[in-house]
Design a protein around this ligand. Sequence first.
Ligand code: SF4
Length: 361
Amino acid sequence: LKGGTCPLTEQWEIYVAEKKRRGHKKTLYDHSASERENIIADCGGRSFVSNQVNNWVFRKLVYEYEKMTNLSKPLRGELDSHFPIVTGHIEKTLTSADDTRKALVRYPDGTGVECVSIPSDKRVTFCISTMAGCPGRCLFCASGKHGFIRNLSRGEMLSQYLLLSESINDYPANTVLMGSGEPLLNFDETRGFLFILNDQKLADLGARRITVSTIGIPEGIIRLAEEELQFEIAFSLHHPDEKQRRKLIPLSRKYPLAAVIEALLVYRRKTNRVPTFEYCLLEGINDTLQCAHKTARLAKRVRAKVNLIPYNTFCDDFRPPDRDTVFTFRGILEQEGVTATIRRQRGADIDAACGQLAGRR
Ligand code: SF4
């Protein structure tokens, strides 16, 4: 059995990848606030040093201890050798005609992931990867085509955020977890990263400025709802018919649509946030009038809005529908009383648009 099609082979690959990852040096922010204070105390720092480091990292765009001039030299050296703030480096950056910037971040074990900064008006949104590769194996997605490599730690996700901030000399106004990976299948590390983003002493991004995108992992959606924080949630529907959806998103066969809808209802009730259905429009596959009506019915059940994403071509298997079909689809949703938007394509010329991130060398 080749290509990870055997469940045992897949489990073994995940086990080996995790073991390898755990052997890595953790970053300072892989640790909780109290652990960071203990680490700094063990390295000879006073109790206020933790706040000083946070200020450098999250207010002044400084990630090298060497440049943290209000820390003693021995402390800087000690922290630098054992608890780096950023792991990995930007190996390559591509900037699109619309100023969208895609960075390939290479971690010390050689794993590469892509992350994107997307400017609009005066605000910038970062798109962060939560896994290298993805077990989702969605047929229309570059990350899925390459299969799962390994989970990323919260420190590795933060490294993408900080390296991108450094590259644009600013922090983002919004962050979306829509790069490669299924965030809710890497729940603990994703949760840790979300809390770093939302912490007022750290990145200080309001929960409503952070979006978690998922193919619909009911257990993960409910666990996130239990945090009772108002993170935005984007559910990748892509087809309203369960059988067809399983073909497009093979991993979804483990998570029945009915259970996902129930979980989204819980999410809505606990957080008071309106879920978004992401819908990648593929010509002749999911762009029919019938699909539009079925999608409207599902959206109305959770009072979700729908974001239509005409397919960003990365392989010849699919094509985006023509403009009229996209607008007709949106028209039907609106007639049925569902708020629907069409996502503007960003960064397609550098393969940074939705579904095009792959972490290729
Ligand atoms: S669309 Fe999302 S879940 Fe599907 S393969 Fe791509 S990254 Fe994974």
